[in-house]
Design a protein around this ligand. Structure first.
Ligand SMILES: [Zn+2]
Length: 257
């Protein structure tokens, strides 16, 4: 049995805990470093044993110890996802720079998804920050080289921007979020140009199913004006392509070029 993936899982849980802080504070303009974690309802400062990833949530039955307010399921979910991704990448690539780069990329995608779902914004700190990280790491990223990363970022942003302009011209209103083209630039810098097509394909497909699902649980009719954030689906698409590159290579055969 290999030990490193399990250690990676534990570290991943802790990173997930920090990611929750980012997801809560960044869109609210609060510092992600200070003060200590607190209950958003009563302000109660969390001691170390109330702040243990996953465990504290389940031991406290998902409630704040001070005021009893329900804690969002997002907290254990983000912690678990972060741990599971760390486990997966280290199990697949060992303790390598590749595993590290892929993991960092997936953390950016997680943070962006949950912030966009809740606030309908993608903070520049994450999209442009992630873009910078993608470009800096590109010499060590097995999926791209620096030129490919730059090209991926450029075409990601440019292509999506043009699509948005076309939509605006066609429908007479904004349909694609302003932050989405920066997110696609970041995704392009990590995955390169060819995989961007797979990402958009996977995002559109999961977006259609997502919209149907949301309409079903809300019992609404979907119309041309139904709006759901596209960012989380782009992030999901990127994650799927990152996790299962072989699957998407067959969906988009290189022969179309
Ligand atoms: Zn509280």
């Amino acid at each position: 049995m290999k030990l490193f993936p399990f250690l990676a899982f534990l570290f991943g849980l802790c990173f997930g805990s920090f990611l929750n802080v980012v997801i809560y504070r960044l869109p609210r303009g609060l510092s992600v470093i200070a003060p200590r974690s607190f209950c958003p309802t009563c302000g109660h400062e969390l001691s170390w044993y109330e702040n243990v990833p996953l465990l504290s949530f389940f031991l406290q039955k998902g409630r704040c110890r001070a005021c009893g307010t329900k804690i969002s399921m997002r907290y254990p979910l983000v912690e678990f996802l972060s741990g599971a991704l760390a486990f997966y990448f280290v199990a697949k690539f060992d303790l390598t720079l590749t595993a590290f780069i892929f993991y960092v990329f997936s953390l950016f995608l997680l943070a962006i998804s949950f912030i966009d779902l809740e606030h309908r914004i993608i903070p520049d700190e994450l999209s442009l920050g992630g873009l910078l990280v993608g470009l800096v790491f590109s010499p060590f990223n097995p999926l791209v080289d620096p030129k490919g990363a730059f090209l991926g970022a450029l075409c990601g942003a440019g292509g999506f921007y043009l699509l948005g302009e076309f939509y605006f011209w066609f429908r007479g209103r904004e349909g694609l979020g302003g932050g989405d083209y920066k997110l696609l630039a970041m995704i392009g810098s990590f995955l390169g140009l060819e995989r961007l097509l797979s990402v958009v394909f996977a995002a559109s497909l999961s977006g259609v199913f997502g919209a149907l699902f949301i309409a079903l649980i809300k019992r609404q009719k979907i119309s041309g004006t139904t709006s759901i954030p596209f960012g989380p689906f782009l992030a999901l698409g990127a994650l799927l392509v990152l996790l299962f590159p072989e699957k998407f290579a067959t969906v988009f055969s290189p022969s179309i070029y």
